[in-house]
Design a protein around this ligand. Structure first.
Ligand SMILES: Cc1cc2nc3c(=O)[nH]c(=O)nc-3n(C[C@H](O)[C@H](O)[C@H](O)COP(=O)(O)OP(=O)(O)OC[C@H]3O[C@@H](n4cnc5c(N)ncnc54)[C@H](O)[C@@H]3O)c2cc1C
Length: 409
């Protein structure tokens, strides 16, 4: 069964032997993913870090390792779930990043595969996977985040063009993007969810202004996008007119599958912290000798294992042919809070925790309980859809309802 192509279960795919696949990937990574490359890519947000990641992305694609779950015609290998798991395990063990367009590959491309015309699929999917085109996702607005259905960015049809005026915010990679999957209000008189259209927008179109937003970690991880009378051809529409909510639902549903492999990154972070905490510093001190630190490490270990077990239960269900349900939200909640406490535990490393990847982790992990569904909204979903508690008093269901889980970048 496929993890990411269209959010539905399909027949087992034809990769013959996941273990041979694993061995092949491990050997390939040992040859191709050098320490130099790893440290260049780790300089996130810098020009060289971005260039190194994009070059690595092209190497991955050219060798067929960018998205093994995808169909062969789009550059994948039609890999089944066990093989995809082997892929993620080996990539995480090597510390090798996946494609540059993380949101594009996990969310936007599957939506284009299911809603796009033949021409859109041919034009967009392979260059997105190779990282030749950078994509952003234009959902959030200053007054429409959790409640995505309230979006107001306006699109009026004028002949064969939409004329778009409005603002988007928190566009990951917005300052680099060549294209944006943009959600617009095409019918202001229809009920909120019935008047939205999805457009695939070339960011070089006149009338678009992008203003990078600098995060507290220092990088310009996302941007505000202002659109003023931007003419976008009707052929850029993804799916049907006024039916953008279906595309958004499909796009966000694709986040579910990704949730299941997030524990691999936690495991690697824990291993790195354990290695650093058991190293003797220049004063002969080892953080792990302190009993308080040992307790903290034990707590973090238990949390990471719990996320892993939750994820494996979901993966097991998927292997048995069931798509993950709202319990994906439990993993999102557990994963994001565990990542934050793990990042905070690095304080036991003293001054070392104030620089490099430890400092970056502490600052950037704050966003994980917001991106892809805030913890408050995720708790509502768990309360209502997993535990069957009464609904929160609200006029509109929150944005995360269709995804019931999340990944975001
Ligand atoms: C790292 C990062 C990357 C992102 N990338 C993108 C991107 O590429 N594209 C994009 O479109 N967006 C992106 N976002 C935006 C993200 O989707 C929104 O931040 C998120 O949906 C929350 O919306 P908001 O920030 O408007 O907060 P709001 O929805 O305004 O929420 C404010 C507060 O109210 C709480 N709240 C809201 N509704 C409820 C409710 N029903 N019940 C209880 N509490 C509630 C929230 O939990 C939060 O604490 C990104 C965000 C982050 C942090």
């Amino acid at each position: 069964m496929s993890l990411t192509t269209d959010g539905t279960a399909t027949d087992p795919s034809p990769v013959a032997d996941p273990e041979a696949f694993r061995e092949e990937l491990r050997t390939w990574l040992a040859d191709e993913f050098s320490d130099d490359l790893r440290s260049r890519i780790a300089r996130r947000g810098t020009e060289d870090g971005i260039a190194a990641h994009r070059a690595w992305n092209a190497t991955l694609f050219d060798a067929g390792w960018a998205a093994p779950s995808w169909p062969g015609r789009f550059g994948g290998r039609d890999a089944d779930l066990a093989t995809q798991l082997a892929y993620h395990e080996e990539m995480a063990a090597a510390g090798a990043p996946g494609p540059f367009n993380a949101i594009g590959v996990s969310n936007i491309a599957p939506a284009i595969m299911s809603h796009g015309t033949e021409e859109q699929q041919e034009r967009f999917i392979r260059p997105m996977l190779r990282g030749d085109d950078i994509w952003s996702q234009g959902m959030s607005e200053p007054e429409a985040g959790s409640d995505l259905a309230s979006l107001r960015c306006r699109a009026e049809l004028d002949g064969e063009d939409f004329v778009v005026t409005g603002q988007k915010t928190w566009n990951s990679n917005g300052d680099l993007a060549d294209f944006c999957q943009l959600y617009v209000r095409s019918d202001p008189d229809a009920p909120k969810r019935k008047g939205i259209t999805c457009l695939l927008v070339d960011m070089r179109t006149p009338g678009i202004e992008v203003r990078p937003i600098r995060t507290m970690a220092g990088d310009a991880g996302f941007a505000e996008v202002f659109l003023d009378g931007v003419r976008i051809p009707r052929s850029a529409m993804l799916g049907e007119l006024h039916d953008g909510w279906s595309v958004a639902t499909r796009t966000l549903n694709n986040e579910r599958a990704g949730v299941a492999v997030l524990y691999l990154h936690l495991r690697r972070k824990l291993d790195d912290l354990l290695a650093a905490a058991t190293r003797t510093d220049e004063w002969g001190h080892r953080p792990a000798d302190d009993p308080t630190n040992r307790q903290e490490l034990a707590r973090r270990y238990v949390e990471v294992r719990l996320v892993e077990l939750l994820a494996k239960r979901t993966l097991g269900a998927m292997m048995a042919g069931r798509m993950p349900g709202p319990e994906g939200s439990v993993i999102k909640l557990a994963w994001s809070s565990t990542d934050q406490s793990l990042a905070g535990a690095a304080r036991m490393l003293g001054m070392d925790s104030l620089e490099g990847r430890w400092a970056w982790d502490q600052l950037s992990s704050r966003s994980l309980t917001i991106a892809g569904g805030t913890s408050e909204v995720v708790r509502n979903i768990i309360g209502e859809r997993v535990l069957g508690l009464p609904r929160e008093p609200t006029t509109e269901p929150p944005r995360q309802e269709p995804s019931e889980g999340a990944h975001r970048g």
